[in-house]
Ligand binder design. Structure first.
Ligand SMILES: O=C(O)CCc1cccc(O)c1O
Ligand SMILES: [Fe+2]
Length: 313
């Protein structure tokens, strides 16, 4: 087995509510380098830990995590629609492996995924079908959440599975860092929003367009006094990146979900995907060497925007 890791923020506002041209150019350059790394590594499998934003998963049956043997992109915002090339049999093997090692995971034989999974896949590989992929969705938007230590444990078990494969495997985490887009909460929601959060699958094109316009409008005022959303927290982001650089993964066991929501925004919990990815890498081969490729808080994109790479030491 050979293993590499990439963790990236995502933002559906890329191309829809852009920052200054210099910032776009920086991000384009770091994404181009990341994609070239992936092309050179030529993975035989990508395991992607991703969140969902009420596109595939709803409160009618909300799993803490789910592994997919087949997945289709809903094509929200500017993302590609259509099927992902999921490694079906390997995903099933992984599901069995995880369950056998005392971590419960839900299984989907037909999962809808959104920009939280597909944007990064496209940025890193150019399409949704370039390499065989196993999507593992970690609930990061719909409380209550499993604690961070549980995410670390999930990642470790996935890493132990990867270690049994005779393949080049790319582990990906996507989301974060600090941010709080206007994603509704069930607690205190109106009947209409509550209904959407419980069973809002396959919205009309009009509903999808309205959601996109709401997000763009939120991006235009994010980080100003006009915004009701928790602002970016670069200090929190830098400390989290340092924790990963130093290999102090057990520190996440002390993470308080409530505190992170308050200090850095509710969607910061998408960093759960980074925790799982780094834990997988650490468990697959012992220690790792990590690199911070990029960080910048970008209000226009509602994103503490970071990119990290890592590989075994
Ligand atoms: O759920 C939605 O439609 C909005 C999602 C969203 C918005 C801004 C930055 C993000 O990272 C993000 O995921
Ligand atoms: Fe997101």
């Amino acid at each position: 087995m050979t293993i590499k890791l990439k963790c990236l923020s995502h933002t559906p506002l890329r191309g829809l509510n852009d920052p200054a041209p210099e910032v776009i150019a920086e991000v384009d350059a770091v994404l181009a380098r990341s994609r070239a790394d992936v092309e050179a590594f030529d993975p035989e499998l990508i395991v992607i830990f991703a969140p969902d934003h009420y596109n595939g998963l709803f409160y009618d049956l909300m799993p803490p995590f789910v592994i997919a043997t087949a997945a289709e992109s809903v094509g929200d915002y500017m993302t590609l629609p259509g099927p992902l090339s999921v490694a079906r049999d390997l995903a099933l093997d992984l599901a069995r492996f995880i369950l056998d090692r005392d971590v419960d995971i839900a299984l989907s034989h037909r999962l809808q995924v959104d920009h939280g999974c597909t944007q990064t896949l496209e940025e890193l590989t150019g399409s949704l079908t370039r390499y065989p992929v196993i999507p593992i969705i970690i609930n990061s938007a719909a409380p209550p959440f499993a604690p961070y230590r549980r995410i670390r444990q999930l990642g470790e078990v996935v890493g132990r599975f990867i270690a049994t494969l005779d393949k080049r495997v790319l582990v990906v985490g996507t989301g974060g860092l600090s941010h709080e887009p206007p994603v509704p909460l069930l607690e205190g929601a109106s009947d209409a929003i509550g209904e959407f959060l419980i069973c809002g699958r396959n919205p009309t094109p009009e509903a999808r367009a309205a959601r996109q316009e709401r997000t763009i409008a939120a991006g235009k005022i994010y980080g100003t006094a006009l915004s009701a959303q928790t602002p970016l927290n670069a200090e929190w982001d830098r400390a989290f990146i340092d924790l990963l650089l130093d290999g102090r993964l057990d520190a996440v066991d002390d993470f308080s979900i409530e505190e992170i929501s308050k200090e850095a925004g509710r969607s910061t919990h998408e960093v759960r995907t980074w925790v799982a990815a780094f834990a997988a890498l650490a468990a697959a081969q012992g220690g790792y060497r990590a690199r911070r490729d990029y960080y910048r808080p970008i209000n226009e994109w509602i994103a503490g925007y970071g990119v990290m790479s890592a590989e075994p030491r």
